[in-house]
Design a protein around this ligand. Structure first.
Ligand code: ARG
Length: 469
């Protein structure tokens, strides 16, 4: 440790009474959170306003002090808003920065604000308030993406594309059906975000450092003022757990992983090998040396952001694991993963909604590919079962032989002459050709949740109504 790192810094405001020397430079650097927790300033002021009003209400501070505190905090909010506030790393975090400024502005009354409170319950409150708002914003963005998907699904309810299993042509489906699959996923994601919001909506204020306080506080009052459903029931739990943040990160990681699947499909669909869609200029980049290129950078980045969002979950899980009650400074490491994941997710959702709105399907190419790879073979097998009463296993076998014939001749199933079909199974009639087209195939899958254009249009309409309401 460098000998020069002590001394020149001011003695810390918080524990200056006991510690003679200021913190070493490295200590300040590892300890200070102001660089990233300054974004909690609104929540911190909001929490302090509620706390001061409660202190005055129960008579712990005077009404005049409460007014001075309120006006002081409001003035500080303006300073921060206008970029005039100087955040001091020597004052460690947002809570101390604001409190020190309040004291500088209003003097003695400012020194009373921290009665019956600790930064431990303060920071837990701030982060819950921040996350509650972040969840609301992200939820609105998920809705916007779902609306884009539902709109495009309705528009392309009957457009056939290849349906894959193992990324091998399986059965034709419609583009609308495919897009609506994502709408279902994002709907569940919204449910998870809403659950998380509901569980986090309890107020830690009043837990103080860890044990509660001897002052006659009114926790219900601060809780209600901040829009929480109720005060946290256990003061130790209130200051020491961050499961609400972890739950958010888990939900965020799932949204991100759904986004990454769609992003990957967009990358594939836009590739020259697929040529299913064209992305707009707005969401692609060119190459500096290959003039023909239109690179799906936004989709690739959405795919990749999943890494940092899932990483944030694992980072916080690891911080919390094995941490003894109650507060430990380890908990300061909760914020960056949360802020970073929320920002990455917001950006990913915005980019994805834009890509979905703008993408132009190559309908002819999609429809042609939908019929490729003997994709209506299952329809043929089903026809043999329905029309000839053949057991499905036998029908599967007969169809397999017909596919082999067509494949050997390099033609589609629908191009195989009737005579060749009858050589395999004499009871096959001309009517079989009616089930071998892509259009008949998708239209026939009219079971609930199936790919039939009528079903898809209905589902898309339902989602549009639900999301508009
Ligand atoms: N900056 C701290 C954090 O983010 C605030 C709480 C500090 N509490 C303490 N006892 N040192 O967790």
């Amino acid at each position: 440790m460098a000998e020069t790192s002590h001394s020149s810094l001011p003695v810390n405001l918080q524990w200056g009474g006991r510690f003679a020397a200021g913190p070493a430079a490295v200590m300040q650097e590892i300890n200070a959170s102001i660089a990233f927790d300054q974004r909690l300033w609104r929540q911190d002021i909001q929490g302090s306003l509620a706390h001061a009003a409660m202190l005055a209400h129960v008579g712990i501070i005077s009404a005049a002090d409460e007014v001075a505190i309120r006006e002081g905090l409001e003035a500080i909010a303006v300073e921060i808003e206008e970029g005039r506030f100087v955040f001091d790393p020597g004052l460690e975090d947002i809570h101390t920065n604001i409190e020190a400024r309040l004291i500088a502005r209003i003097g003695e009354a400012g020194r009373r604000l921290h009665t019956a409170r600790s930064r431990n319950d303060q920071v837990a409150t701030d982060l819950r308030l921040w996350l509650r708002e972040a969840i609301d914003g992200l939820d609105r963005q998920v809705v916007v993406l779902m609306q884009a998907l539902a709109d495009r699904a309705l528009e392309h309810a009957a457009l056939p594309i290849p349906g894959f299993t193992h990324l091998q042509s399986a059965q034709p489906v419609t583009f609308g059906h495919h897009l609506l699959a994502y709408v279902e996923m994002f709907a569940r994601d919204r449910g998870r975000l809403a659950d998380c919001r509901c569980r986090l909506n309890e107020c830690p204020l009043g837990a103080a450092a860890l044990a509660g306080t001897a002052f006659p506080i009114d926790r219900a009052m601060t809780s209600a003022a901040l829009g929480f459903a109720r005060p946290c029931a256990n003061s130790l739990d209130a200051v020491s757990d961050r499961d609400f943040a972890l739950e958010f990160l888990a939900a965020a990681a799932l949204v991100a992983s759904h986004l990454s699947r769609l992003a990957e499909e967009i990358v594939l669909w836009a590739s020259p090998a697929f040529r299913f869609i064209q992305l707009s200029d707005a969401f692609t980049t060119g190459s500096s040396i290959m003039p023909q290129k239109r690179n799906p950078d936004a989709a690739e980045l959405v795919r990749a952001k999943t890494g940092r969002i899932g990483g944030a979950f694992l980072a916080l899980l690891t911080v919390l694991k094995g941490l003894p009650l109650a507060y430990g400074k380890d908990l300061q490491e909760d914020k960056e993963p949360v802020f970073d994941a929320a920002a990455a997710l917001a950006l990913s959702l915005a980019a994805m909604a834009g890509m979905v709105r703008d993408l132009v399907p190559d309908e002819a190419r999609m429809a042609a590919m939908a019929g490729d790879g003997f994709s209506t073979a299952t329809d043929l097998a089903d026809w043999l079962v329905r029309m000839l009463g053949m057991p499905f296993r036998t029908a599967h076998h007969v169809t397999g032989r017909l596919v082999a014939k067509a494949e050997a001749r390099g033609i589609a199933l629908a191009e195989l002459p009737l005579s060749e079909m009858q050589a395999e199974e004499p009871r096959i009639s001309e009517a079989v050709y009616g089930v071998l087209t892509v259009a008949s195939s998708v239209a026939s899958r009219d079971s609930e949740g199936g790919t039939a254009p009528a079903r898809v249009a209905q589902a898309a309409e339902k989602w549009r109504r639900t999301l508009a309401g």
